[in-house]
Design a protein around this ligand. Structure first.
Ligand code: NI
Length: 229
C-alpha cells in the first residue's frame, strides 16, 4: 500500500528543520547503501551520528508520535532513526533498487529493524525543484510521488523504487524505515481500511452504537491475531 500522510510537520518545525539543514555539512549518500544500490545512488546525506542529524531526528520523531493516521497505517514496532538526504547539482538521482531487508540501528548495540515499510518525508516544496519524483513500482505500474513539504509517503519495503534526477534546485527529504507490529502489507492494509471506516462510522452514529462497539471489537481481535509486539 502506498499512503500519503499529510502534515507530519508543522510550518514552524519545517522552518527549524530547514535552518539546521542549511548549515549542516553533507556527505556522500553511498555511506548507507548496500553494494548493489551504491552503484545506483548519487546524492548527499547527513552523517548518521552528527549533532544536526540528532536535532532533526527529534523533530521528525515528534511529528510521527502525534500522528494518529501514521500509527494506524504503519502500526510501528521499531522505527529506524530518520536519515536526511539532498538531491541537486551533480548528486541528483538514485536509480532503481530495493532497500536492504534488515538495518542495524547505529549505536544500537546490534539492534535491528526489519524494513517492512519505507518512509519518505518531504522537507521542501515541490516548486523548489524540477524532477526528484520518487517512483515506486507496484502492481499498478510505477507510481510517481512528489509531495508538499511536511507530508510523507509510506510504501512497502519490498518495492523497487528510484528517485528521478533533480534538474533544477534541490530536493530535501528525510527517509527511514520501520518494522511493523503486523508484518504483512496485506493485513496491515486491511486493518487500516477497517480503522478508517470505523472512524467515519463513529463520527456519524456515535461511540456507543452497538454496531460500532462490535466492529471495534472485530478490529482489535484481528489485530490481536496478527500482531507481534
Ligand atoms: Ni531506497
Amino acid at each position: 500500500m502506498l499512503l500519503h500522510v499529510k502534515n507530519v510537520l508543522t510550518a514552524d518545525e519545517l522552518r527549524q528543520a530547514r535552518t539546521i539543514l542549511d548549515r549542516a555539512a553533507w556527505g556522500d549518500g553511498r555511506a548507507t547503501a548496500g553494494v548493489q544500490s551504491a552503484q545506483m545512488k548519487n546524492n548527499e546525506q547527513l552523517p548518521q551520528d552528527g549533532a544536526e542529524t540528532r536535532a532533526l531526528q527529534q523533530i521528525v520523531l515528534g511529528g510521527l508520535n502525534r500522528h494518529a493516521l501514521f500509527f494506524s497505517a504503519a502500526l510501528p514496532k521499531r522505527v529506524f532513526p530518520p536519515l536526511f538526504n539532498r538531491y541537486g547539482g551533480t548528486a541528483n538521482a538514485f536509480g532503481n533498487h530495493v532497500d536492504n531487508a534488515v538495518r542495524f540501528i547505529p549505536g544500537g548495540n546490534g539492534e535491528r529493524v526489519r524494513t517492512d515499510v519505507s518512509c519518505t518525508l518531504f522537507l521542501n516544496e515541490p516548486d523548489d525543484y524540477d524532477g526528484g519524483e520518487l517512483m515506486v513500482e507496484d502492481t499498478f505500474g510505477a507510481q510517481s510521488v512528489k509531495l508538499p513539504a511536511g507530508d510523507m509517503v509510506l510504501y512497502p519495503g519490498t518495492s523497487v523504487h528510484r528517485v528521478q534526477p533533480v534538474i533544477r534546485g534541490q530536493r530535501l527529504a528525510s527517509f527511514f524505515w520501520l518494522e511493523s507490529m503486523v508484518r504483512s502489507d496485506e493485513q496491515r492494509r486491511l486493518l487500516y481500511d477497517m480503522d478508517t471506516h470505523l472512524m467515519r462510522l463513529r463520527s456519524s452514529v456515535g461511540e456507543t452504537d452497538a454496531g460500532v462497539v462490535g466492529l471495534t471489537g472485530t478490529y482489535h481481535n484481528l489485530l490481536r491475531m496478527w500482531v507481534d509486539v
